[in-house]
Design a protein around this ligand. Sequence first.
Ligand SMILES: [Zn+2]
Length: 302
Amino acid sequence: MKKVIGIDLGGTKINGAVVDESGEILKWDTLSTSKSGSPEEVMYGIKELVLMLSEGENISAIGIGSPGFIDSVNGKVLSVGGNIEGWAGTEIKSPLEKEFNIPVQVENDANAAGLCEAWIGAGRDMESFVMLTVGTGLGGAVFTRKEGIWRGHHFQAAEVGHSILYPGGHQCSCGQRGCTEEYVSGTAIENEYERLSGIKKTGKEIFDNFESDSIARKVVGRFTWDFAMFLITIKNIFDPQAVIIGGGVILSKEFWWDDMIGNFESEVNNDPGMIILPARYFNDSGTIGAARAALDKILEAD
Ligand SMILES: [Zn+2]
């Protein structure tokens, strides 16, 4: 059975795993990177992680899930690099193929998460779903069983985090204003908390004091409202069988999930029975899905 490495590039860490064709995870490892890490530092981190994971293993391919707009044919980052500073324009595939001499497949990180959930996760029995990853940013993937992941004509499909929720609103790193990502993400929660209190806290600190901190409750209340409005838009555009929600913020879902569902149900024009559920692999689906992308690459070549 073939083994591949899946790598997920986050804002502050790089996760990697060795995964086999059956979806079994044989090894895990994580590297921390500085938040202002340069593209060189990130590429160096990927190489380190591949070396650590491949020790004693026969690895057939490497899959990388990366933030930003990703040309998955050429394995490079297009004009928007997401939450890695200076990441736009980075060549990922060719230097890694040169270094390791095996095929490298690069996918947008949310598309990778969608591949995992479609394969062995919450969407494994579904005909269609929209995947949302709520973490440092807000990523999306559109999956149908018949077509697979829909990447778009210019590799920019399902960048739902950059759909505009508040016209003229907060400035987004992509250049637009009022993007949903500025209201529905872990970073959005931290920024809104700082705006209201003048104090900078991490998302974890905000959720840890949720019961005793009225500002935290207000911030999370706004988040659940904005998230619900966004889900209504997703329903109206795609009408998927399900919406699957992953990313780092899903780990705090006990504080916001039920309110978000309540807001969705009270505001939506009709409820067609669209299933809304957490990702089975929570925040790990990007890593596993990157491995799936690598497997797809070598199995299609066979
Ligand atoms: Zn944006």
